[in-house]
Design a binder for this molecule. Structure first.
Ligand SMILES: Nc1nc2c(ncn2[C@@H]2O[C@H](COP(=O)(O)OP(=O)(O)OP(=O)(O)O)[C@@H](O)[C@H]2O)c(=O)[nH]1
Ligand SMILES: [Mg+2]
Length: 603
């Protein structure tokens, strides 16, 4: 049997996981001397590259001495937390990264809790020790406290610490030591992480934790072999989560090495490999011995906490910019997503209306953004949290919120959060004039909060949050305090009229933008909606006024990204998403309709 170690790299967002994996690939000699690769090579899809974050967990393998080390890089953003939990079942230990200044953050807690509960062996890597603000002693203490609070076993509590600057390929066991390379990380992996259990001579049991799709071979299931040996061409039995058994055949067996995948003939217990040839494979399925099929425990998938409705775009500008606009196309695409993305759920709620549930706004934005790029056009409604009954009590999701704010601004932020039913848990000075304040808050109250928070902290505040649990419903919370500037007409915007409107709030559109009746062109500075005419030209007159035309100075419109717009909209508003534009609109386009509907359902 070959010597194998299986690890996952876990941490809060941006603490340097993917960068560390780069270093592991590099320093193990897995990248050839002349092999070209990008920074953060594992962040391979377009959105990951653009945003600089990991969205999907991905696995790779390296060789160190005579060991094969399978490494799974995981996403750190809370919305993708479901991925991490699944991945943790596949490995025998983890590298937990923690930023040498930021310390323990909400998602550090989330992933550590899961990891400790599953009994995995941790190696703690305090990363970014090169930062001038690094405070490794405080951060190490925070990690010890965290593990103690979470009932780590003695063995887990005894974790090794490695100090690293992953970006520079530096690591060492003591801060006082001279800078070394990643050898101490490799050694810790082979010495501290247990070898995989299981026996190559037992009947095959291999659990699928991620799906991939290849245009040539179709659906691919990436899985960890817990028992047995598998050969290319083997007949197998696929044990589904619902208990069904489906016969299948391994048409291709795929191994991993660095950024490459290659066909292999055989793999055995302990390893992580991919199978092709089973079109019905889903995450959580067990690939079993055909004669003696025994399913492994199904995977617990984190429940969604948030829903939005995707619907056919029915705005007056519909169908002009996108290629795929019909209900059928939309349904097919969303169903395809659910096939590979187990953390999301889909429900058809009406003609051309699809309720998509997930873990957070970013997860939903990523899906919407991918669809835009594939030439889809659709509308999205305001995100709503999932409310459910637990033992007869109406409950809603709660989040752990951590904010870092300049001291002199903290009062205002605390007051605002109080109105949103946040409960303050702690407050600590962070040095450099910042305070770190922790809250527990209904997830509902966080929708739309980020924009407000950035305004309140003049863009200097940092906020992070992560799901805690469902708790009893808290009643109404403060929401957007501004109304919308709504166009009363259709046409192309003119500078003259925008100039008049910009005193009323903040514009979201510039000149010569196509608008329609009911489209939102900006934010009103008061709490009610204001109907405006953005296409009105200057009245014709025979006398040319002296230079007045040139005096029109427009403030550049606020750029509403998909995320920002999604956070901003209210229940009676929609986002219109096309490959070219993101427009915000009222659900009911005419003022009459809006009046009629607001009378019917007083809010
Ligand atoms: N100063 C400093 N910056 C680092 C170090 N390691 C990583 N970074 C930077 O931190 C940022 C985030 O790095 P990533 O590797 O993408 O972090 P991640 O944990 O994979 O992020 P997610 O996958 O989105 O959770 C990048 O800008 C890196 O260049 C380090 O040792 N020192
Ligand atoms: Mg990453």
């Amino acid at each position: 049997m070959q010597k194998i170690r299986n690890i996952a790299v876990i941490a809060h967002v941006d603490h340097g996981k993917t960068t560390l994996v780069d270093g592991l690939l590099e320093q193990s000699g897995t990248f050839g001397a002349h092999e070209q690769h990008d920074e953060r090579a594992m962040d391979s899809n377009d959105l990951e590259k653009e945003r600089g974050i990991t969205i999907l967990s991905k696995n790779t393998a390296i060789r160190y001495k005579d060991y094969k080390i399978n490494i799974i890089d995981t996403p750190g953003h809370a919305d993708f937390g479901g991925e991490v939990e699944r991945v943790l079942k596949m490995v025998d230990g983890v590298l937990v990264l923690v930023d040498a200044y930021e310390g323990v953050m909400p998602q550090t807690k989330f992933v550590c809790k899961k990891m400790l509960a599953l009994g995995k062996m941790p190696i703690v890597v305090i990363n970014k020790i090169d930062k001038p603000s690094a405070d490794v002693d405080r951060v190490a203490d925070e990690m010890f406290d965290l593990f103690a609070d979470m009932d780590a076993t003695d063995e887990q509590q005894d974790f090794p610490i490695i100090y690293a600057a992953a970006r520079d390929g530096i690591a060492k066991l003591n801060m006082e030591d001279p800078d070394g390379d990643f050898e101490c990380i490799f050694e810790a992996i082979i010495n501290q992480i247990p070898e995989p259990e299981g026996d190559a001579s037992n009947p095959l049991q291999s659990q699928v934790f991620t799906l991939d799709y290849d245009n040539y071979v179709g659906k691919i299931g990436i899985s960890r072999i817990f028992n047995g040996t598998v050969n290319k061409g083997d007949n197998i039995m696929l044990a589904k989560a619902d208990g069904a058994m489906v016969k299948g055949k391994i048409s291709k067996l795929i191994g991993f090495h660095g950024l490459n995948r290659m066909e292999i003939d055989q793999a055995e217990a302990g390893d992580i490999v991919a199978f092709a040839g089973m079109e019905t494979v889903d995450v959580g399925d067990t690939v079993c011995d055909a004669q003696n099929p025994v399913a492994l425990d199904p995977m617990h998938v984190e429940e969604p906490t948030l829903t939005v409705v995707f619907a056919v775009n029915d705005s007056p500008l519909a169908g002009k910019e996108g290629k795929h606009v019909t209900s059928n196309k939309l349904r097919e695409r969303l169903e395809f997503e659910m096939n590979t993305n187990v953390a999301m759920k889909l429900e058809i709620v009406g003609e051309g209306k699809f309720k998509v549930s997930g873990r957070g706004e970013l997860q939903i934005t990523v899906l919407a953004e991918n669809m835009r790029r594939e030439d889809f056009e659709f509308s999205i409604s305001r995100p709503e949290v999932i409310v459910k009954e637990i033992e007869g009590v109406k409950c809603e999701p709660f989040e752990h919120l951590v904010i870092d704010v300049p001291e002199d601004l903290s009062g205002g932020v605390i007051e605002r959060l109080g109105k949103r039913k946040a409960e303050m848990k702690s407050m600590l000075p962070m040095g450099s004039g910042f305070q770190r304040i922790e809250f527990e808050i209904p997830a509902r109250a966080l929708i739309g909060f980020r924009g407000q928070f950035l305004t309140d902290t003049k863009g200097e505040g940092i906020m992070n949050h992560s799901f805690i649990e469902f708790r009893p419903y808290t009643g109404s919370v403060d929401s957007r305090s501004y109304g919308a500037l709504v166009s009363m007409v259709a046409g192309s915007t003119l500078a003259f009229s925008l100039f008049g409107i910009q005193n009323r709030g903040v514009l979201y559109v510039g000149v010569q933008t196509e608008v329609y009746e009911g489209m939102i062109v900006g934010e009103h500075s008061r709490d009610n909606d204001l109907v405006v005419n953005p296409i009105k030209g200057k009245a014709q007159s025979n006398v040319r006024s002296s230079g007045a035309d040139e005096a029109i100075k427009l403030i550049p419109p606020r750029d509403m990204s998909l995320e920002r717009a999604l956070e901003w909209i209210e229940d009676d508003e929609l986002l219109e998403v096309t490959p070219k534009s993101i427009r915000i609109r009222k659900k009911y386009l005419t003022e009459n309709e809006r009046k009629r509907h607001s009378r019917k359902s007083p809010k």
